[in-house]
Design a protein around this ligand. Sequence first.
Ligand code: GSH
Length: 227
Amino acid sequence: MSNIVLHQWEISPFCQKVARMLRFKGLDFETVNYNGVLGAKVPVLSKVGKVPVLDINGQRIQDSTRIARYLDEAYPNLPRLYPIDPLEKAYAELWEDWADELLYFYEVHFRANDPKALAIATKISAQGRPAHEAVIMKPILKAALNMQLKMQGTGRMANETIEHEFRLHLDRIEFVVTQTGWLVGSQQTIADIAVGSQLLEVLRTSDKFGAEILARPHIAQWIEKVK
Ligand SMILES: N[C@@H](CCC(=O)N[C@@H](CS)C(=O)NCC(=O)O)C(=O)O
């Protein structure tokens, strides 16, 4: 087994963010999936009880941002996730936090409210469960996602407002990547990986907003590079 193991939930944008970071650094790794019933084992991995969790160099690190910081510290000679320039680094960190803590909830909203996306998420959540349990998973998952959105705040907004705000964010990203092809500075950073991982998940789950993402030509070119 590789000395780098990513414990992941396959459709988690945070787990995909970590997989992209490892590929960006050129590090070989293996994955262990916790889809469906195996999700019950996730709380055992760390106190926080969420994935991604990375086993690396004899350590276990939870949280995609902590993993990103660790990778730059442990492998300073491999391509850097965070720019050296302090201002660029601050911008990259702001983009990363915005993607993880806000953009993510737009993706959750689309996943909960787009029938196709919900069907795919249900199928993955129900892996390994008996058929009769799988049937009742969809409304349970939808209710859980909507509760999460309500607690966070996005779920208290009207659907049209959420969609309008998401389009404004896409316009901002389009404007920024038009400048250098990247979100910060003139090369790929954690900002592109964090924002791209959330948008790639929207692309996978929502036909409607996937098309809107790709209709912005600079985002379309940029996301292909982040993939
Ligand atoms: N801030 C964390 C977020 C991780 C996260 O929310 N992971 C979700 C999967 S998308 C999870 O493990 N959820 C399980 C749970 O909340 O019980 C990170 O960046 O790693």
